[in-house]
Ligand binder design. Structure first.
Ligand SMILES: Cc1cc2nc3c(=O)[nH]c(=O)nc-3n(C[C@H](O)[C@H](O)[C@H](O)COP(=O)(O)OP(=O)(O)OC[C@H]3O[C@@H](n4cnc5c(N)ncnc54)[C@H](O)[C@@H]3O)c2cc1C
Length: 378
């Protein structure tokens, strides 16, 4: 046996999983197909400090891009409300540095990391890679959305995210723009990283993200683009089986990114940690049932919240621009204040329910569901 565990994918989930298993003294190899850990970065990097604590990471100066004070949400016709993000302790990470920070933690624990090395096939004995056959007891699939797309194409949206300079960027304010015609089923976003610099993105069902992002940026003002990325995001929630034989699937590859925002640093990272703990216990006892604890624990922590996120997504997807504007008309300062003070960045469906629960929006949703029901009966 060459290694106890081979992990395909050297990003947040794979590296946290490696950190946990190597910390228990087992032989772990992480293979990453790109030539550098953390690049190409395809992430907004928005996360909460409590989530970082849970992941066992204290952001250092190099990994912390920015602290967020407010989040402004804008309706299709330009109505808006602003949430105070300070109680939720929202920060923006530099994923290029953050992933390297976790890689260092894993390496210190004894894991080996290889870049420019990719998984080609999972075999009975272990993994066939671009560097040849590697024998191991467990293969961990941490290949992100690319692994999921091979199994199911229906749960992804196309996104574009540009890093831009512009004097209209507010360093402390995240902006989210809802518009079902421009970004069906999703939104456009501005995530400030430093003064006059932001990650600006769009995603939506069936859109051409390159055209849509140019349109969005044009109406924001003068800008320069310093980096462009295009990446699919997964919005369909967790896959059924995280464990199949000797293969353990973690992170975005297991559908562990939030179905509402596709944020997955926290939920996919926890997937990596829980899998790492379960695999270590299996290696210690030889008892396969230890592996299934990983799925049970992830579901226990996030299962209900993800179900609610899927429900919120299915409701929001049915609303047209007029209904969304109607909801904004009904949002009172009291609701915004409650969300600011009591909302959680990581478990946010209570806040979404509060917004959808306002008087006008219940009417709007009922009207749409009612229409659907009538169509169904006809
Ligand atoms: C545009 C965009 C913005 C986002 N913004 C946020 C945000 O603000 N906050 C947030 O929490 N989340 C955000 N996310 C989601 C977040 O980036 C992911 O949830 C998170 O990175 C998942 O980590 P992962 O380790 O599961 O997978 P990934 O980060 O996708 O990593 C998978 C790794 O596997 C490697 N790989 C693929 N195939 C192979 C192979 N065959 N062999 C070896 N290696 C392979 C890849 O190169 C990659 O390094 C965003 C995603 C996108 C696309």
């Amino acid at each position: 046996m060459d290694y106890d565990v081979v992990i395909a994918g050297g990003s947040v989930a794979g590296l946290l999983c490696a950190r946990e298993i190597s910390g228990k003294g087992y032989r772990v190899l992480v293979i990453e197909e790109d030539s550098e850990i953390g690049t190409p970065e395809h992430c907004g990097g928005v996360v909460s400090i409590p989530a970082m604590d849970d992941l066992g990471i204290i952001p250092v100066r190099a990994t912390l891009d920015n602290k967020i004070r407010t989040a402004r949400i804008v309706s299709p016709s330009g109505k808006d409300f602003t949430i105070d993000a300070r109680p939720q302790q929202v920060i923006v990470l530099d994923r290029r540095e953050f992933d390297k920070q976790i890689a260092h933690q894993a390496q210190v624990n004894g894991a080996e990391i290889r870049v420019r090395s990719s998984l080609r096939e999972i075999t009975k004995e272990g993994a066939r890679t671009s560097d040849g056959e590697i024998k191991c007891k467990i293969v961990v699939d941490a290949r992100g959305v690319s692994s999921l797309i091979q199994k199911d194409r229906t749960g992804t949206l196309q996104s574009a995210q540009y890093e831009v300079y512009g004097d209209w960027i507010d360093k402390e304010k995240i902006e989210v723009y809802l518009d079902q015609e421009k970004y069906p089923g999703y939104f456009a976003w501005v995530i400030p990283t430093r003064r006059d610099e932001a990650k600006v993105g769009v995603a939506g069902r069936g859109i051409n993200p390159a055209l849509v992002i140019e349109e969005f940026l044009k109406q924001k003002g003068k800008y320069s683009t310093i980096r462009e990325i295009f990446a699919p995001i997964w919005i369909k929630g967790p896959i059924k089986e995280f464990i199949t034989g000797n293969v353990v699937t973690i992170g975005d590859a297991a559908g562990q990114a939030k179905p509402t925002t596709a944020g997955g640093i926290y939920t996919s990272g926890i997937g990596g940690i829980l899998a790492g703990n379960a695999i270590s216990k299996f290696l210690e006892s030889g008892n396969k049932s230890e592996l299934s604890e990983y799925q049970k624990e992830w579901n226990h922590k996030f299962g209900k919240e993800f179900e609610n996120m899927l429900l919120a997504r299915s409701l929001l997807e049915r609303l047209d621009n007029k209904s969304i504007d109607g909801i904004f008309d009904s949002i009172t300062p009291k609701i915004v204040d409650e969300i600011s003070k009591e909302g959680s960045f990581d478990f946010h469906t209570t806040s979404v329910a509060k917004l959808l629960g306002v008087k006008g929006s219940v009417k709007a949703i009922q009207a749409i569901l009612g229409n659907e029901l009538r169509r169904l009966l006809n």
